[in-house]
Ligand binder design. Structure first.
Ligand code: GAP
Length: 518
């Protein structure tokens, strides 16, 4: 097991042990790629959603929120292109009987075999030449690097064309030509590549019309609920372009190849915002939202763990697209997508529904279909990035003068599920009663946790593992002078403060305003 794989396994085990995430239907041996959130997981998820909603909806006068239904008219998915084009190209290995996304196999080959080789050569040369190293010159002249760059370009050109032309035979040929083997069986014994639609469907009995019309889809993105409500929202909130509509909600995709814990699930949650703009201004707004969204991430995630990745293959609706990638324990992967969706969706709905979905621009004195810039992030992926970033095993001094390992989740205090633990030093002498009184003062403003079992050291460690930013310890001195010990999770420093100062202090340190106003 690699070190990163090991770290990922530890994170998954930690999520289960500390009530963050459970496998769905575990008593029946689980349901693949479906997960339940436990008590701390539900709190963290709610805090992530609140951070997004406050930053997007409350902090921007020209963005409003909605909550549309999961079930929608089936024609919506025809108009959006999902019925015809929301497919994954899948390929099976005949020996391992495992199924893979053909595009992912090729992308991973390019990344791990070609790009990695190029970067290794570059790093070696950079070390050898020191300050005088010229990367551009080296990459364009070193024969081994030039050969690999050319090889990569050829593969990527073929791959991009095959994806654009829906050419499944060519995708298979690329896999064969690149001699990509199954990571499990090690063989190159592949089936043909076939397209699988990712939408789940169900039936609704009371839709009039043809049999096809009674087929409902579980929405694969929340965005369409925004598009079809565009005029309802614009008129009722009297918004002028540019303005945005935001929504948080469940989405469903029949991901055949679902691995990596909550990174790719069949049922997940999205936080999406469609920003409606005048045609011709979309690239300006695309750049704006690219920068804004990265800023939002930077508030809770270190810069070096985030990067942009421009799309090589654009979705059927986009004229520009970039991912914000996070360095998960299994490498840099998509966390959020920012897409310039043109007027594709509104125009398609206008055509199929026969209803005008246009905006009357008073200044220009004309009606037009607005263009859209979309920001789209999975709540669960954000959750995984927060947990992966927060999980640490640290060597810390112990009571006997040596060191011991503590596991800590240093989740940003504004996102932490529990803000403060209230811990009586002993379970007697009136300390539990005094602690409960403090808890009663705090619990309406802060999510608190009370515990009086075990030694105080063990309780601190448990709260570190849960990610609680503050612990309050109530001891005999509290009964005399109203002071308590306030312990900080990250520095483990303790200070003695008056119990009446607790609420303001902990509220200020854990407030989401710190993230949004900064
Ligand atoms: N409306 C555009 C859209 O849905 P997407 O790139 O397919 O675009 C947007 O999805 C985001 O939703 C992704 O960046 C990711 O965070 C999240 N997401 C997509 N599929 C997911 C899945 N199967 N499991 C968890 N999150 C997923």
């Amino acid at each position: 097991m690699s070190q990163t794989g090991d770290q990922f396994k530890k994170i998954i085990a930690h999520c289960k042990e500390y009530g963050y995430i459970f496998q769905s239907s575990e008593v029946y041996d689980g349901l693949a790629a479906v997960y339940d959130y436990g008590p701390y997981g539900a709190e963290l998820k709610n805090n992530i959603k609140a951070y997004w909603w406050k930053a997007m909806v409350h902090a921007n006068e020209n963005i409003v929120g909605i909550d549309s239904a999961i079930f929608m008219h089936p024609k919506i998915w025809k108009a959006s292109g999902h019925v015809d084009a929301f497919n994954d190209p899948l390929i099976d290995n005949k020996d391992s009987k495992k199924r893979y996304r053909a595009d992912t196999l090729i992308e991973e080959y390019v990344e791990k075999k070609l790009t990695a080789k190029i970067e290794k050569e570059v790093a070696k040369a950079a070390k050898r030449f020191g300050d005088s190293f010229d990367r551009e010159q080296f990459v364009s002249t070193n024969p081994r690097v030039v050969a690999n760059v050319e090889k990569r370009k050829k593969v990527m050109d073929r791959f991009t064309a095959a994806m654009a032309n829906n050419d499944m035979a060519e995708l298979k040929q690329i896999i064969i030509d690149a001699e990509i083997s199954d990571p499990i069986s090690g063989t190159k014994n592949w089936t043909d590549v076939r397209q699988f639609n990712l939408m789940f469907s169900t039936q609704m009995s009371n839709i009039a019309g043809s049999e096809d019309d009674s087929k409902l889809y579980l929405r694969p993105e929340t965005a369409q609920g925004i598009f079809v409500n565009f005029l309802n929202v614009q008129k009722t909130t009297r918004q002028k372009l540019p303005f945005g509509i935001a929504q948080i909600g469940k989405a469903f995709r029949n991901e055949i190849v679902a691995r990596q814990f909550i990174f790719r699930m069949k049922e997940f949650e999205q936080m999406e915002m469609q920003f409606f703009v005048a045609p011709g201004t979309e690239m300006k707004w695309y750049e704006h939202w690219k920068a804004e969204r990265l800023k939002w991430h930077h508030q809770v995630t270190p810069n070096e763990k985030l990067r942009y990745h421009d799309h090589d293959n654009l979705a059927h609706y986009a004229n520009a697209a970039v991912d914000i990638e996070f360095e998960f324990p299994f490498g840099f992967k998509e966390l959020e997508g920012i897409h310039s969706r043109t007027d594709f969706d509104l125009r398609s709905h206008q055509e199929l529904s026969g209803r005008k979905l246009q905006y009357f621009d008073n200044e220009k004195n004309e009606s037009y279909v607005p263009y859209v810039v979309e920001t789209s992030i999975g709540v669960d992926r954000m959750f995984l990035s927060v947990i992966s970033n927060a999980f640490k095993e640290e060597e810390v001094p112990d009571a006997k003068g040596g060191t011991s390992t503590r596991t800590v989740l240093n989740i940003h205090p504004a996102l932490a599920p529990v803000k403060v633990a209230v811990l009586p030093l002993l379970k007697k002498d009136g300390l539990p009663e005094a602690s409960r009184a403090i808890m009663d003062e705090l619990k309406y403003d802060l999510n608190c946790f009370y515990e009086d079992k075990d030694t105080i050291g063990k309780r601190y460690r448990r709260q570190d593992a849960v990610g609680t930013p503050f612990c309050i310890t109530i001891d005999h001195q509290t009964l005399e002078d109203d002071t308590v010990t306030l312990r900080d999770r990250d520095s483990m420093k303790q200070e003695r403060i008056n119990k009446n100062a607790l609420l303001d202090k902990v509220k200020a340190a854990t407030s989401m305003i710190n993230l949004i106003k900064a």
